[in-house]
Design a protein around this ligand. Structure first.
Ligand SMILES: *Cc1c(COP(=O)(O)O)cnc(C)c1O
Length: 387
């Protein structure tokens, strides 16, 4: 068995740290270099060393990241992109042609909705929206023969709705469609959709995989080699690839994903405990709570429940805005998944564009990306801001 084959059979943390790269044969470098090169010397015309020809088509730093991502998601191949949305656009254009139909979550990530609605639809891709936690409505949205893709996100943003990956995979396959799962919120440490029947996993690696709020990136991971070939062709043909420095930062983040996620989950549980007992707080939304409508499904398909927590405050929008402006350890800002805790008001910030539509979120809702600081400090910060 080669070292790489051995790595594929090992535990999650070992794969996250070792898959995709073996110490450099000439120097022994334990970490892949940042191959800042656009082209490669050929040994005679067509004599490529290791298959590298031009860095849009392939770059060794990106190859290392792609190998590691495939290993942690238990897929066959992975592809790294300049952003999550570049990955999504490449995926849609690889798998759909004009006239095809896709079912998307009715609370899809805003950028995904904008891409499908404003960019792909004018090119002839039709879509319907259905709630991720209602398989019957997803089934009803399928157009036999025309629906080629079901797009799932679980948990969703910011209401943390949970979709049953295995059940929806069966629905998709019975209809001759593929299932794509945006696994950004859970990360591969908490949930591995390909093992539950999904065909492709999408990531914004900007979030938990990178984990340090210092790089934007995206990824696609698949298990079928025919799908992989289509993705590989379109990655090169469209060109939205991850640069070598971005790939290197993302790979560095991935190595510590497991320990970071466990701390994100520990801290989120502490924060949830605090919020559920605070008199100024209304609903607390977290898939780990038994009261969460998706708790049972989450328990089945997730290893733990993640670092994202949403809650409503008594006192309406004014109070929610006040809380967001009063925290000191929680930084007021968009995005999520970094080591530092973030707080935001979805109605005025990440979800401002859906105000007045079916996707509108309550105006007293606050979303937290719970970081890995000292849990007592996070609780004390929220307590101060709420009182
Ligand atoms: C951020 C995000 C994206 C988009 O990724 P970018 O890296 O910002 O392009 C897609 N899906 C989810 C769930 C996200 O949170």
């Amino acid at each position: 068995m080669s070292e790489q084959e051995q790595t594929q059979k090992s535990g999650f943390e070992t794969r996250a740290i070792h898959a995709g790269y073996e110490p450099d044969p000439t120097t022994g470098a334990v970490i892949p270099p940042i191959f800042a090169t656009s082209t490669y010397k050929q040994d005679g015309v067509g004599g490529l060393r290791g298959g590298y020809e031009y860095s849009r088509s392939g770059n060794p730093t990106r190859t290392a990241l792609e190998g590691a991502l495939a290993a942690v998601e238990e897929g066959e191949r992975a592809f790294a992109f300049a952003s999550g949305l570049a990955a999504e656009d490449t995926l849609i254009r690889s798998l759909l042609t004009p006239g095809d139909h896709v079912v998307i979550p009715d609370d899809a990530y805003g950028g995904t909705f904008r891409l499908v609605d404003k960019v792909e639809q004018p090119w002839g891709i039709d879509y319907s929206a259905a709630p991720v936690d209602d398989a019957e409505r997803i089934a009803a949205a399928i157009r036999p023969g025309q629906t080629k893709l079901i797009w799932l996100e679980t948990p969703t943003n910011p209401l943390l709705n949970v979709g049953d990956i295995a059940a929806i995979a069966r629905l998709a396959h019975d209809a001759g469609a593929l299932l794509v799962v945006d696994n950004t919120f859970a990360s591969p440490y908490l949930q591995r959709p390909l093992t539950l029947g999904a065909d492709v996993v999408v990531h914004s690696t900007t979030k938990y995989v990178g984990g340090h709020s210092d790089v934007v990136g995206g990824a696609l991971v698949c298990r079928d080699l025919d799908v992989a070939e289509r993705l590989a062709f379109h990655q090169n043909a469209i060109g939205g690839v991850a640069g070598p420095f971005d790939a290197w930062l993302t790979l560095r983040g991935l190595k510590t994903l497991a320990v970071r996620m466990d701390r994100h989950c520990d801290n989120a549980e502490r924060v949830v405990d605090f919020l559920t007992s605070h008199p100024g707080v209304g609903d607390v939304i977290y898939p780990g709570l038994e009261t969460h409508p998706g708790h049972e499904v989450a328990q089945r398909q997730m290893h733990r429940y993640g670092g994202m927590v949403s809650f409503r405050v008594h006192g309406g929008e004014a109070k929610a805005l006040e809380v967001c402006s009063r925290t000191e350890v929680f930084t007021l800002g968009e995005s999520l998944g970094g080591v530092e805790s973030l707080i935001e008001h979805p109605g005025r910030m990440t979800h401002a564009s859906v105000a007045g539509t079916d996707l509108e979120v309550p105006d007293d809702l606050i979303r937290l990306s719970v970081g890995i600081e000292t849990a007592d400090d996070l609780v004390a910060d929220l307590e101060r801001a709420l009182d």
